[in-house]
Design a protein around this ligand. Structure first.
Ligand code: NAD
Length: 485
């Protein structure tokens, strides 16, 4: 049975319920996650609270040394971690390796904390008086993670938080906790003092206990929009800082001057990569002009039909399964309702999947998508390509901006003027020009807008310093009252 990590020890959960961890490629039971209680959360928070004073006083250049060592350990164990991700999540080994690489980049960037958290100083704000603004760690922070990036998403947060001098509690997704547990073992091997980093497993009960706990200063959440909203409201009500990243609906626009073959390939990869289980996954492709309308559906359908679906551990696999039978059923339901609403079936990803073990879907391509359809409005989180048309770039921008979500969007074009107009006018906070997954790297900050992001300070990069520190100002005047100089 899986254990919590409290004060440097793997410790039994007090929860009596559990959730099965299932290999989605085979349907086999891997392990069971205990559903932790408020008692477990409190034990982790008390350990983190007790570790905070000494950790805060540890010079920042010493605080980042375990992270430098962790980087080396992560590099040495990257293949094993990727395999673990594929086993518990299902994505291909290549995709899993890419996500481990992104996690390592978070650690590398957090190692720059001595420079990142420097403050400002100004002499003579009045005669003989100097003022300094500093950034100070605040205490215990927590993050709550989704299932789709078992290694990377928790690492968007805790390396930055602890480098800044805070202590931390991670609540991984109950469906994929194993990879992050291995990262914790590596962090312990790297010499992080006990209590600085803790882990509690569970679901709603643990999440609600985190949001309510009086000794947690702030919460970072990533997951679906309804839960993101719930966490934002309940943690803020308890007086905490909150950054809450939610679901998405990402549009990709193709102009007729785009490099068509590359646009089709990039858009398809964006939509079906990680079996569509990415908050940055493209969804509806809006074609504008004769060439885009003629070429993109044909190119995308041909490429989608050639995708090899299978166990992510096999080198021959292009796309793995979705996470669960419930997820597969939900996606199948959305496809059927789209067809009932008049969508055209160009590639049927339902063909032959019921004979496969696990939770497989092949890429489905739907044409004739209109803005009012459910599938054009709601997040699918599965490998479904939707093809639509618009009369002008401004009409596609209106479509994007009318969506309640605002994570990302992309324009494929060779026109700088069109790219500039699009970037300027769209509301999603992460924009790609000829880039299918415009995910900011570790040294930039990550987060969407509207229903895709609740809060005002985004994840990782410089924003993480704002989120994980309190700024304060001291004003000094030194009166000469002796004759020693
Ligand atoms: P989820 O909302 O079901 O779960 C996320 C976390 O919330 C888990 O740790 C889970 O234990 C907890 N949780 C679930 N239900 C809860 C409830 N009722 N009350 C309190 N806590 C609860 O999300 P998921 O299915 O794990 O992940 C997929 C979603 O995450 C998608 O919508 C995707 O777009 C989103 N996501 C967003 C980003 C982003 O950066 N915006 C990144 C990754 C994933």
């Amino acid at each position: 049975m899986i254990k919590n990590y409290i004060n440097g020890q793997w410790t039994a959960s007090t929860g009596t319920d559990h959730v099965d961890i299932i290999n989605p490629a085979t349907g086999e039971l891997i392990d069971q996650t205990p559903m932790g209680t408020a008692t477990d959360v409190d034990a982790a928070v008390q350990a983190a609270k007790a570790a905070f004073p000494a950790w805060r006083q540890t010079p920042v250049i010493d605080r980042v040394q375990p992270l430098f060592r962790l980087k080396t350990l992560l590099e040495a164990n990257a293949d094993d971690l990727a395999r673990q991700i594929t086993l518990e999540h299902g994505k291909t080994l290549a995709e899993a390796k890419g996500s481990v690489r992104r996690g390592i980049q978070m650690v590398e960037t957090a190692c720059a904390m001595p420079s990142m958290m420097m403050g400002d100083i100004l002499e003579d704000i009045a005669p003989g008086i100097d003022s300094q603004s500093i950034r100070r760690p605040m205490g215990v922070f927590a993050c709550i993670a989704p299932f789709n990036f078992p290694a990377m998403v928790p690492m968007w947060f805790w390396p930055f938080a602890i480098a800044a001098g805070n202590t931390f509690v991670v609540k991984p997704s109950e469906r994929v906790p194993l990879t992050q547990m291995r990262v914790f073992d590596l962090m312990a091997e790297a010499g992080l003092p006990d209590g600085v980093l803790n882990m509690v497993h569970g679901g709603k009960q643990a999440v609600d206990a985190i949001c309510a706990h009086p000794d947690i200063q702030g919460v970072s959440f990533v997951g679906s929009t309804p839960v993101a909203k719930h966490v934002y409201v309940s943690a803020a009500q308890a007086g905490k800082r909150v950054q809450s990243l939610g679901g998405a609906k990402n549009f990709m626009v193709v102009l007729s001057d785009a490099v068509m073959d590359k646009a089709a390939e990039t858009a398809l990869e964006s939509i079906i990569g990680c079996a569509g289980e990415r908050c940055m996954a493209g969804s509806v492709i809006i074609n504008i002009g004769d060439e885009a309308r003629r070429q993109i559906p044909e190119l995308v359908a041909a490429k989608a039909g050639a995708i090899r679906v299978g166990d992510g551990l096999s080198p021959d696999t292009d796309m793995g399964p979705v996470i669960s039978q419930a997820s597969k059923d939900r996606i199948l339901g959305m496809i059927q309702r789209a067809l009932d609403e008049g969508a055209e079936l160009l590639v049927d990803g339902r063909d032959g999947v019921d004979e496969m073990p696990g939770y497989f879907l092949k890429p489905t391509v739907l044409g004739n998508i209109r803005p009012e359809m459910e599938i054009a409005r709601e997040e699918v989180f599965g490998p479904v390509v939707m093809l639509a048309e618009a009369d002008s770039l401004d009409a596609s921008i209106d479509w994007i901006n009318n969506s309640p979500y605002g994570n990302t969007c992309t324009l494929f074009t060779t026109s700088g003027a069109a790219a500039r107009h699009f970037s300027y006018a769209v509301e999603p906070a992460m924009v790609g020009i000829n880039i299918g997954v415009p995910a900011p790297m570790a040294f930039f900050s990550f987060g969407g807008s509207k229903q895709s992001f609740f809060g005002d300070i985004r994840a990782h990069g410089r924003a993480s310093v704002d989120f994980y520190t309190q700024s304060m100002v001291t004003i000094h005047r030194w009166l000469k009252d002796s004759s020693i100089w």
